[in-house]
Design a protein around this ligand. Structure first.
Ligand SMILES: [Fe+2]
Length: 252
């Protein structure tokens, strides 16, 4: 993606994310306070997730053939919409302050219900998933993220092999992740069901930069039982500009 396209993509994302509302939540939670004097402080907002579904930045068919249009439509309008709807019910039932980002709830998920865990996780994971894919994706990361991958894994190939293994070997339903940890190191891992590395109950922790849905609903229509083929196809639609922006924000 060229720099102009990237800028347009970023504007679309920030618009879709109700930037102002999220920024209020971030300041309230203290996430933005630490970088409020930074010229790039607004970038921190990309790490905050609202409690409702944001529109896709591309058509259902845009990621084909890697992910087919019918899978995208059912995935977004049925599965992901279901998590968002059930999360809406859970936050009412458990009196969640929605001025704060969803990340605050996930970091304290042990204090909430199983309904909140499954649907809050499901909503967060899918919101991230849509945003780190692009029809102009693929290739390799550049700059600071590329350096961090080399530093943490030895090489991009070593990183991709570790990520592929995490995605292929996650038993049953779950997610594979690239995260940046509290020590600022990158790490790869996976979580079951709709859990994620932000949750206080998760054994694998960090700020997600990249997540891959390996539930069968994410690939079965096109790939049937061939999860490895779906995992391989994912690399051609990763939006490394978005992943790099998340890394920069998480590194502030
Ligand atoms: Fe999914």
């Amino acid at each position: 993606m060229n720099p102009l396209d990237h800028a347009i993509s970023r504007r679309k994302f920030l618009s879709n994310s109700s930037k102002a509302g999220l920024a209020v939540g971030l300041v309230g939670s203290g996430i933005l306070t630490a970088c409020s004097n930074s010229a790039s402080g607004a970038d921190k907002a990309i790490l905050a997730t609202s409690f409702t579904q944001t529109p896709l930045a591309y058509d259902y068919s845009a990621l084909a053939p890697n992910i087919d249009a019918m899978t995208m439509e059912i995935h977004y309008t049925k599965h992901a919409a279901g998590y968002a709807k059930n999360l809406g019910a859970a936050i009412e039932e458990e009196s969640v302050d929605t001025n704060k980002p969803l990340e605050d709830v996930l970091a304290n998920i042990s204090k909430y219900s199983t309904k909140m865990r499954n649907n809050g996780g499901g909503h967060y994971n899918h919101e991230l998933f849509w945003k780190i894919m692009s029809p102009e994706g693929g290739g390799m990361p550049q700059g600071d993220l590329a350096e961090a991958i080399n530093s943490s894994f030895g090489s991009f190939d070593a990183f991709s092999e570790e990520f592929n293994n995490a995605a292929k070997t996650r038993f049953g339903s779950g997610w594979a992740w690239l995260v940046v940890g509290a020590d600022k190191k990158l790490a790869v891992g996976s979580t079951a069901n709709q859990d994620n590395p932000l949750m206080d109950i998760s054994e694998f922790k960090g700020t997600p930069l990249l997540g891959l849905d390996v539930w069968e609903h994410a690939y079965y229509l096109n790939y049937q039982n061939r999860r490895p083929d779906y995992v391989s196809a994912f690399w051609d639609i990763i939006d490394w500009n978005m992943v790099s922006d998340r890394f920069a924000a998480a590194s502030m």
